[in-house]
Design a binder for this molecule. Structure first.
Ligand code: IPM
Ligand code: MN
Length: 356
């Protein structure tokens, strides 16, 4: 029996509803999977900020370091100015815990509709490895002559060789581990970003010989947006910087059937990782039991994988696929034909049946 202490941050809006379904599924597979979970809930998000002015206090960060993993619902509140919660909680956690990888699988589950004509589950199955602590997210820059007609705003992209190398290494290893087309595509903008993308390109070329079994490829980020739509089957693993990764994974989420199914992991392979559905807090649906919990459940599945609970993870993945294929009319909020909680019930039931 393996025991795991998990920090749970349900967060804002529909976060708590979808997290409840993920926990339901984790609890269902715990017994048959020989796992034990101890959850500690943290009240973080817009409500707490409005009450106390706190986002993610240093004392909480210190506590979060003690857990095996963090399970996050959503952060974002309609009455809090944009940026405060995102920077104060989500980015703060990613940076403080050095979660330098943002892993975002783009998988079209069977039975799920994609907006791409003539593409099916065999065409859309890749992973984006997004650098998660540097680039334009590093917060380097500033204003000159703020608020005047002569104002200047500078925002710098920070790319360290160490930061790029550790991200590339994760991506090469993942490509090997997936053992599919074994193709790793670097996405950047070498034709314009002749410093930042140049560093990424050189680091990529320098590392490639260590992975002779992996085919390497390069695509500009704008062209990547085109290929994701036109030929998603060309991709196996994509590695890119923080902002490019942010942008292309929203596109990735759409081709896999929408925000209701897209999950991500903020991973520190040597530390504490945090798993989340990437769809946001969807405030207008709060409490209505209409949002799709599959993304949150898929995030829990990624957490199981990271914890080394491979059998439970495989069962949850199979159960998600079965639920999507057999029981749901749509992946969109309010159109599933089931409530949020009923979707969780189905996945939990199938996962228990399928765990080996
Ligand atoms: C994401 C989100 C965040 C990001 C925001 C909320 C800060 O868009 O996880 O992709 O830009 O990383
Ligand atoms: Mn994003």
């Amino acid at each position: 029996m393996s025991a795991y202490n998990i920090a749970v941050i349900p967060g804002d809006g529909t976060g708590p509803e979808v997290v409840a379904e993920g926990i339901k599924v984790l609890n269902a597979v715990a017994g048959p999977g020989g796992l034990k979970f101890d959850y500690t809930y943290y009240d973080l998000g817009g409500e707490r900020y409005r009450r106390t002015g706190e986002t993610l206090p240093d004392s909480v960060i210190a506590e979060l370091r003690q857990f095996k993993a963090i399970y996050l619902g959503a952060i974002g509140h309609p009455d809090v100015a944009p940026g405060i919660l995102e920077k104060g909680i989500l980015l703060n956690a990613r940076f403080a815990l050095d979660q330098y990888i943002n892993l975002r699988p783009v998988i079209l589950y069977p039975g799920v509709e994609t907006p791409l004509k003539d593409k099916g589950p065999e065409d859309i199955d890749f992973a984006v490895v997004r650098e998660n602590t540097e680039g334009l997210y590093a917060g380097a820059g500033g204003f000159l002559k703020y608020g005047t007609p002569d104002e200047v705003a500078v925002q710098e992209s920070i790319n360290t060789r160490k930061g790029v190398d550790r991200c590339l290494k994760f991506a090469f290893e993942l490509t090997r581990k997936r053992n599919r087309a074994k193709k790793l595509t670097l996405v950047a903008k070498t034709n314009v970003l002749t410093f930042a993308s140049n560093l990424w390109f050189r680091a990529f070329e320098a590392m490639a010989p260590q992975y002779p079994d992996v085919t390497t490829d390069y695509a500009h980020v704008d062209a990547t947006c085109m290929w994701f739509v036109k030929n998603p089957e060309w991709f196996d693993v994509v590695v890119t910087d923080n902002l490019f990764g942010d942008i292309i994974t929203d596109l990735g989420a759409m081709i896999q059937g929408g925000m209701g199914v897209a999950a991500g992991g903020n991973i520190n392979p040597e530390g504490v990782s945090m798993f989340e559905p990437i769809g946001g807090s969807a405030p207008k649906y709060t409490g209505l039991q209409v949002v799709n919990p599959l993304a949150a459940i898929a995030a829990a599945q990624m957490m199981l994988e990271q914890l080394g609970a491979a059998k439970a993870a495989a069962a949850v993945e199979a159960a998600i696929k079965k639920t999507a294929a057999n029981d749901m009319q749509s992946m969109a909020a309010g159109k599933m034909g089931l409530s949020t909680s009923q979707v969780g019930d189905k996945v939990a039931k199938y996962a228990v049946e399928m765990i080996k």
